[in-house]
Design a protein around this ligand. Sequence first.
Ligand SMILES: [Zn+2]
Length: 110
Amino acid sequence: MSYAICAPACALFDLSDVHVLAVDRGPRSFTVTVETVPALVGCPSCGVLATGHGRRQVLLHDLPCAGVPVRVLWRKRIHRCREDACEISTFSEVHDLAAPRGKLTTRAIA
Ligand SMILES: [Zn+2]
């Protein structure tokens, strides 16, 4: 069962550039699907403006809500560097929501 996207769900995160796309109540947990607001991103190696290259879903464990485990499905953006001479071809989004390759949201660690 899915609930409509609502401002209170976005407010859960207290991160103005993270939007909640869906909240699904499973038998034993909530799954909150989120994405970040699109932004211009430069390549971390050469600084050239990158283009979008699809998404990769990352499942994070978040703080329980009302005693129910919460999982965050982050639709992480993948970017591609447009500079042919650059050693980096694609790289994934970095956000305060979670550490790179982390399995917990930042606040769950805190
Ligand atoms: Zn580059």
